[in-house]
Design a binder for this molecule. Sequence first.
Ligand SMILES: [Zn+2]
Length: 164
Amino acid sequence: MVAPREAGYPSGVMQCPFCSVDETRVIDSRPVDSGTAIRRRRVCESCGLRFTTYERADVPLIVRKRDGHREPFDLDKVRVGLEHALADRPVDDKKRDRMVSAVRTAAEASGRVVSSDDIGRAVLEQLAAVDEVAYLRFASVYKEFEGTGDFERELAELQRRGDT
Ligand SMILES: [Zn+2]
């Protein structure tokens, strides 16, 4: 009987993605992304090829709301928010999907916990570059739900950007 893949392997052993032997060796290891991940350079003892692995905690991105409440990041909410803002605007689905991805990337860049304000700003950032009507729609919703001076600041920023 074959033992489960992980059983009996010293921690850190990883199969070579090129030739599938189990003898790969870590030749460099360093923290990246502000210490939230570890990057390892590995070399295969059999075929000699080198590759990189990343180790990071497998925890969901958490959104901190303005009232301090926390909830898991939900990409669908971003998508729905963008869909509403972009309704009847000349922006195709592909472009919208790229914006959703960009918002996720921006949210993930702030670490394990991101504020709802930062997500709203990331959405506004995307819309500002694409469609002014959609931007204002989203900004007004954002203002209603979050009630903040951030909206005025963002609008001023959009106008400043438009002037340059
Ligand atoms: Zn190999």
